[in-house]
Design a protein around this ligand. Structure first.
Ligand code: UDP
Length: 459
């Protein structure tokens, strides 16, 4: 009997990493691959909790979920960046090594391939030593990966110092259809750009990514050729397999760390076609109080139905949402949830546009559903994704800050109106939706790349 291939998928402890890797894992299972999905314990607990809503998946155990401890208490503060960096660079390595040895010595199916974020470069080096096949799964755009691979040259050239601070302002240009990026944006975290820890974390990330990309046999990514043709050619060993749409096509849960509030779908069912403005800013964006208040007033000025994801931690003080004026006027034509089934939301006919922080997964979600995008980036690669959206694909518009660094209520109103009045944007967005669908359909490039990957694992 043919051996069932066994893939160990290693996720970083963050929502934007767990979700695409889960989507990817479900697709592996569809091709008869056994998947062990490993996560840090605190993320594992959240995953298991949200899976309780999907009893079918628990029963058939499509994916074997395992965890290792980060040696912090479950209630410890994991938003502490330094602890996070320490954990990833030191503790995770030890745990991963133990896990692979344990599985391989247990007499069950040995691990045939390890798929990990390239940030876990040491993990991929370790699997190389064990003679195990390895692939990096890149959770952002290929264009951004090209920049990450370019940063060591910037440090060498003295454009960025070894703490991640740009020494001169310069626009970095890689091949034609990749958006340019200023080196000040490259290591930027909005509102926290002076935060040394964040900057060092990003720089360390870049070093690890360079290491990981070097030792990986393949670099898999949730992108498709028509989105990033130049980057597909620029980086060797790329396999674009996106858009990853397992949750849509297969109906399996895909790694939500917060419970999805599906009442928003029922609410969307009651709204007119292409009427609703969807606001969602991913899993890590935070707003200071004045920006949050301005957004609340923006909802009033926009004066259209809205769906807004107000995730725990989005801001410190939610009192503007409890005021009488909000409840009596603004809330009347909107719906607020703490976490949405985003793919389902974006596929819903009542959605008119998506106000997004431009995280790569949200960007791919929006583009592959043909939804016009209004860009409000916050951190790192999100600025680069915004440039793709507005300058290269032309499927969205920028929200610009005023002289005080605030995106004002009137800016929100003006840009929503402009976006919704632009037929060119909608039609280009629909073209990308069609191209994405074709790419993952039988005979499409992403679909063929996925099959090539499966064959490579097997033989
Ligand atoms: N997401 C979701 N519901 C929400 C908000 C986000 O399912 O209410 C998902 C979204 O589909 C995406 C992920 O969370 O897959 C966020 O990843 P992204 O790369 O966009 O941003 P990050 O959270 O990493 O900043």
């Amino acid at each position: 009997m043919e051996k069932v291939p066994h893939v160990l998928v290693v996720s970083l402890p963050a929502q934007g990493h767990v979700m695409p890797l889960m989507e990817f894992s479900h697709q592996l299972v569809e091709y008869g691959v056994k998947v062990t999905f490993v996560n840090a314990e605190f993320i594992h607990q959240k995953l298991v909790f949200t899976l309780l809503d999907h009893k079918e998946d628990q029963k058939d155990r499509r994916i074997h979920l395992v965890s290792f401890s980060d040696e912090l208490d479950l209630n410890d503060d994991r938003t502490d960046s330094q602890k996070y960096v320490d954990f990833m660079s030191r503790d995770m390595e030890v745990h991963l090594e133990k896990l692979i040895k344990k599985i391989n010595e247990s007499g069950n199916e040995k691990i045939d391939c390890v798929v990990a974020d390239p940030n876990l470069g040491w993990g991929l080096e370790f699997t190389e030593k064990l003679g195990i096949k390895r692939a990096a799964f890149w959770p952002a755009s290929l264009g951004f990966l090209a920049f990450m691979l370019h940063v060591p040259k910037l440090v060498e050239a003295g454009d960025i110092d070894d703490k991640g601070y740009p020494l001169k302002e310069e626009v970095i240009r890689l091949p034609h259809s990749m958006p340019a990026m200023s080196n000040t944006d490259l290591l930027c975290s909005d509102g926290r750009s002076d935060d040394n820890t964040i900057r060092e974390m990003l720089l360390q990330y870049i070093q690890n990514v360079n290491k990981g990309a070097k030792v990986a046999n393949w670099i898999l990514c949730n992108s498709f050729r028509e989105l990033e043709p130049a980057s597909c050619d620029f980086i060797p060993n790329i396999l674009s397999i996106g858009p990853l749409l397992a949750s849509e096509q297969l109906g399996h849960p895909t790694g939500h760390l917060l419970p999805e509030d599906s009442t928003c779908i029922t609410w969307l069912d009651q709204q007119p076609v292409q009427s609703v403005v969807y606001f969602a800013f991913g899993s890590t964006t935070t707003f200071n109080q004045s920006q949050f208040n301005e957004l609340v007033h923006g909802l009033e000025l926009v004066n259209r139905p809205f769906l807004w994801v107000v995730r725990p931690g989005l801001t410190d003080e939610l009192s503007p949402l409890n005021s009488d004026s909000f409840k009596d006027t603004i809330a009347y034509h909107g719906k607020i949830v703490s976490w949405a089934p985003q793919r389902k939301v974006l596929a819903h006919p009542s959605i008119a546009c998506f106000v997004t922080h431009c995280g790569w997964n949200s960007t791919v979600d929006g583009v592959s559903m043909g939804v016009p995008l209004l860009c409000w980036p916050y951190l790192a690669d999100q600025f680069h994704n915004r440039n793709y959206i507005c300058d290269i694909w032309k499927v969205g518009l920028r929200l610009d800050k005023d002289e005080n660094g605030i995106i004002t209520r009137s800016e929100i109103k003006t840009k929503v109106q402009k976006l919704l009045g632009d037929e060119g944007i909608r039609s280009r967005a629909n073209n990308f939706k069609d191209m994405g669908k074709r790419s993952v359909s039988e005979g499409g490039l992403s679909s063929n790349n996925f099959k090539d990957f499966i064959n490579w694992i097997k033989f």
